[in-house]
Design a protein around this ligand. Structure first.
Ligand code: UDP
Length: 314
């Protein structure tokens, strides 16, 4: 039986990955320090003999007994709100945590896939963003702690690949959504759904003309699964190219939830908020034969069902 370590397993994406690898017949070790993750996301896995959980911070030395075939490094605060509040932990998990997992992968002769991000492109001057774009990042701005940790993570991962011959994979994840996102993580989708369900103002930052492209979590997981099993060691964008403005997104959620008390509430635009973001997924199409399958209407409907179970209507 193949054995895989997933860090950040109690988080939004980590928990969906844990489900997928269990379904594929793997033995899964979930690791999380529960800083931003929640055991509720993986509660259903604890009864399975194929699942084990280690409560551990990967920024400290990581020990896992027995063999490992694969490691997925998904531990990190991942919303702008979280990494503003936890800047040091964010820097450490991307740098020290990645170094520890590279060491573990080398020791176990395991393949390591790291979760990188569209944030490596910063506030992009190239649009849409291809993997060849080097980005436009402010290292000392509020997002710098995440962006630079992830850029360092890519650099050290490539160094282990070229210097030690370690098998590595790098996925650059664009905005992703779906069930199990934390209600108060500050990201636009949990914010808008919970505000709409409670009948409050939807906090649109700036004029709402900035764009994002949202990918449903099942599509992302499929892309990661294919990338892990591929032989491609360079970074690959995984995201949905369907781009929209934040104002359009707010209006879609208002009409989906249909709470007459909900409305638009303008707030200041955070510092260094990227003005536009859309993945170029030509590479993922060519190398992985992958493209998103779940359109926004279906993805938002499934996500709405989830938020109805965790937010009390107002
Ligand atoms: N945003 C917003 N209202 C919110 C939260 C976010 O208008 O309550 C905007 C934010 O300014 C950004 C976009 O939505 O332009 C996506 O923000 P998010 O925090 O989800 O992630 P980002 O893509 O910026 O990393």
């Amino acid at each position: 039986m193949k054995r895989i370590l997933i860090t950040g397993a109690a988080g939004f994406i980590g928990s969906h990955l844990s489900d997928r690898f269990i379904k594929e017949g793997y033995s899964v070790i979930g690791m999380d320090n529960l800083l931003t993750g929640s055991l509720t996301n993986i509660e259903h896995l604890f009864k399975l003999k194929e699942f084990d959980f280690y409560h551990h911070d990967v920024s400290k030395f990581v020990h896992v007994p027995g063999h490992l075939d694969y490691i997925l490094h998904f531990a990190s605060p991942a919303s702008p709100f979280d990494y503003l509040n936890m800047p040091i932990q964010t820097l450490k998990v991307g740098s020290l945590g990645t170094h520890n997992l590279l060491g573990l992968a080398k020791e176990k002769k395991a393949r390591l896939l790291i979760a990188s991000t569209s944030e490596v492109y910063g506030d992009p001057l190239e649009h849409p963003q291809k993997e060849t774009y080097w980005g436009n990042v402010n290292p000392i701005g509020p997002r710098g702690v995440y962006d630079e940790a992830k850029r360092f993570q890519e650099a050290i991962t490539m160094a282990y690949h070229t210097y030690h011959g370690l098998e590595t994979r790098i996925v650059r994840i664009f905005n992703t959504y779906g069930p199990r996102m934390r209600v108060n993580d500050g990201r636009v989708l949990p914010a808008f759904f919970s505000q709409a369900i409670r009948g409050e103002g939807l906090t649109v930052f700036g004029d709402g003309e900035q764009t994002r492209s949202f990918c449903y979590v099942d599509d992302l997981v499929e892309g990661i699964y294919r990338l892990l099993l591929s032989d491609y060691a360079q970074p690959v964008n995984i995201g949905n190219p369907a781009e929209m403005t934040i104002m359009e997104f707010a209006k879609e959620i208002l009409s989906l939830v249909g709470n007459p008390k909900a409305h638009i509430d303008y707030r200041p635009l955070p510092v260094d908020d990227p003005k536009q973001r859309r993945p170029d997924i030509t590479l993922a199409r060519e190398i992985l034969g992958w493209e998103p399958k779940v359109d926004r209407e279906e993805g938002l409907a499934r996500t709405h069902e989830y938020f109805k179970t965790v937010v009390k209507p107002g």
